[in-house]
Design a protein around this ligand. Structure first.
Ligand SMILES: Nc1ncnc2c1ncn2[C@@H]1O[C@H](COP(=O)(O)OP(=O)(O)O)[C@@H](O)[C@H]1O
Length: 285
């Protein structure tokens, strides 16, 4: 079994962690980091250590920050999970799509080129994306706090490029949701440009007429474009997985960190042992 890490943040790397009992795991949501990456992490807990079991194994303190990659199809719940995970561990959330949209907003040549690909639901060429992500990962906050890289890599060449620059994740999270559900979520998804809140016309409608009137839709959130993006996603994820297979954790249809923890805990041999499709309510995009 890999290194046990409590995703509830109840134990810190600066203490000797108890070996969790079965009951501990169920109650507090432990997850397993794959054996190959039984590295020494410095996790930043959100609460004080509580466990004082004498049967202990140690996590040596180093200055190494936690580095996580997360991948999932459009509307698979990545945004929600990223917010929760980054918040929990104090990680810098770096979303490739956000970096690209920011570039588009500057009106630069790279931004204009990127937009053409994004409108087609295609991957933006590596020469634009790779350097953008690399530069962001090199910023001091990413190095100091650790990072949660969202939506990158989406191809083997992107993964290999990042590896070549010396960036390696400790774990690769893959969210898996059925295609029908994804299309429905994407097509009904709306953004409130004032608050930044995401709504769904059917599952999570705006609270007032005033909010409803100002909602916007992402230019690539149409059925046609999401299907293109889904195809691209499925084609590319397999090759990326090949590179990270030893550190991949698959998570099915989740809508809260609790469910991520459940899936992480139940993950065995990189397979899916706890599909929680029924837990998905569709209310959290
Ligand atoms: N790593 C990447 N490589 C190439 N293109 C990307 C990458 N990440 C995002 N994009 C482009 O930006 C678009 C929007 O990405 P994103 O915001 O992550 O939304 P989604 O998860 O819905 O695809 C993608 O459809 C793609 O065109």
């Amino acid at each position: 079994m890999g290194c046990i890490v409590n995703l509830n943040g109840a134990a810190a790397a600066s203490v000797r962690l108890p070996t969790p009992t079965e009951g501990d795991r169920k109650e507090r949501g432990f997850c397993c980091f794959p054996r190959r990456h039984r590295r020494h992490h410095q996790f930043r807990p959100t609460s004080a250590p509580t466990a004082t079991n004498s049967r202990s194994h140690s996590l040596t303190v180093t200055n190494e920050a936690l580095n996580v990659m997360i991948s999932g199809a459009p509307a698979s719940g990545k945004g929600t999970q990223c917010h929760l995970i980054a918040d929990k561990y104090g990680l810098v959330h770096i979303a490739a799509g956000d970096l690209l949209r920011a570039e588009i907003a500057t009106g630069s040549e790279n931004g204009k080129r990127a937009k053409q690909y994004m409108e087609q639901g295609q991957l933006v060429p590596d020469e634009i994306v790779v350097m953008m992500v690399k530069d962001r990962l090199l910023k001091p906050d990413s190095k100091e706090r650790g990072w949660l890289l969202d939506g990158y890599p989406r191809s083997l060449s992107q993964a290999t490029a990042l590896k070549g620059f010396g960036f390696e994740p400790h774990t690769f999270l893959l969210l898996e949701v059925s295609e029908d559900l994804l299309v429905e979520r994407v097509v009904g998804r709306r953004l409130d440009p004032v608050t930044g809140k995401i709504y769904h016309l059917k599952y999570s409608p705006p609270e007032t007429e005033e909010i409803a009137a100002r909602l916007t839709q992402r230019f690539d959130d149409t059925e046609e474009k999401v299907k293109l993006r889904l195809n691209t996603h499925h084609q590319n994820v397999e090759s990326v997985l090949a590179l990270y297979k030893d550190i991949t954790v698959k998570v099915c249809s989740i809508n809260s960190l609790l469910h991520v923890r459940t899936c992480l805990f139940n993950n065995k041999n990189n397979g899916i042992s706890n599909p929680v499709e029924h837990l998905w309510s569709g209310h959290h995009l």
